[in-house]
Design a binder for this molecule. Structure first.
Ligand SMILES: C[S@@+](CC[C@H](N)C(=O)[O-])C[C@H]1O[C@@H](n2cnc3c(N)ncnc32)[C@H](O)[C@@H]1O
Length: 290
């Protein structure tokens, strides 16, 4: 990824009490990850608006203002400066359930043993700090196979690629098919696969439909499917994902809000386990052996 790239940032300041709601709204409205910095007890939320035209950005300002935010002048930022934003936001190495280490690219790899994945978020969603990603990582560690499995993993909405990369490293499969319709996420997934030496085991797609046609024609079934997206995306694609699940396979769905939870659970064939989070919930489905 070129370090000379520049990004247009929309910034809004608000009290810490409003930050959570405003941040969710900005993420929904832009489809981009929101970075929060706390300065003197106030939150400053930043989000890339490179893909939005002037009218959409104006509507974004109106919306943020009506939700109690103070819209700051737009900023143009170089790629390396995003790295500083992630650092300020607190992205540093952590262990998932005492086992899997997640390490930002800029930190020196530890000499200690145990599986480690390295991530540079660039502009994509997926440091592991967000509760939906964290819950998926935790489930992946808890259900990791004792003997590495063959077959392919599907990571729908890969963002940085963090879940698919973790699944590969934990032995869920020997091949990863990742898909994200955000070109910046595609770049980020590819860069992080390379960073982890896994490019040769993976393909990254920018749309699901052509991939679905291809895998349906080949009758490929997946022992593991991961989808940390939103409730409406889950509702739309659930039948396809479930149909692609191999006997005995697991499907992890995350990013389900409290409002959407009952409806989505009612659409899921049993058995389904629900893991409740603070604001978003995660579901684990299994396909029977027969
Ligand atoms: C919440 S992020 C999850 C990123 C990462 N998998 C993680 O767990 O941190 C959701 C991702 O899904 C992608 N996405 C949303 N709708 C999609 C669709 N219909 N097709 C492909 N990707 C989609 C977004 O661009 C975004 O990168």
């Amino acid at each position: 990824m070129s370090s000379s790239r520049r990004y247009r940032l929309f910034k809004v300041e608000c009290s810490s009490g409003l930050a959570e709601g405003l941040s969710d709204w900005l993420a929904q409205a832009t489809g981009q990850p929101v970075v929060e910095e706390v300065r003197r007890g106030r939150s400053v939320l930043s989000v890339s608006v490179d893909r939005m035209d002037e009218l959409s950005r104006l509507l974004l300002s109106e919306g943020a203002h009506s939700l109690g935010g103070e819209v700051l002048p737009e900023e143009v930022l170089a790629d390396g400066d995003w790295e500083n934003l992630w650092k300020n936001q607190g992205f540093q190495s952590f262990k998932v359930n005492g086992w899997l280490s997640v390490l930002p690219e800029w930190e020196t790899p530890p000499t200690a043993s145990g599986p480690t994945i390295r991530i540079h978020p660039h502009l994509a969603f997926g440091t592991g700090l967000h509760e939906t990603t964290g819950r998926c990582l935790s489930l992946l560690v808890d259900h990791a196979p004792f003997v590495p499995r063959s077959g392919a993993i599907l990571d729908f909405g890969s963002g940085t690629g963090i879940l698919g990369i973790a699944a590969l490293v934990l032995g869920y499969g020997t091949r990863l098919l990742a898909v994200d319709d955000d070109p910046l996420a595609v770049e980020s997934t590819e860069a992080n696969l390379a960073l982890n030496g896994l490019s040769g085991m993976a393909h990254v797609y920018d749309r699901f439909d052509p991939l679905f046609q291809e895998i349906s024609a080949q009758k490929t079934l997946f022992p593991t499917i991961l989808a940390n997206v939103t409730g409406n995306v889950i509702r739309h694609f659930l039948p396809e994902w479930y149909g692609l699940l191999a006997p005995g396979g697991i499907l992890i769905l995350s990013g389900v809000s409290t409002r959407e939870l009952d409806r989505i659970v009612s659409l899921c064939p049993p058995p389904v386990s629900v893991f409740r989070g603070r604001r978003f919930h995660t579901l684990l489905l299994r396909r029977g052996l027969s």
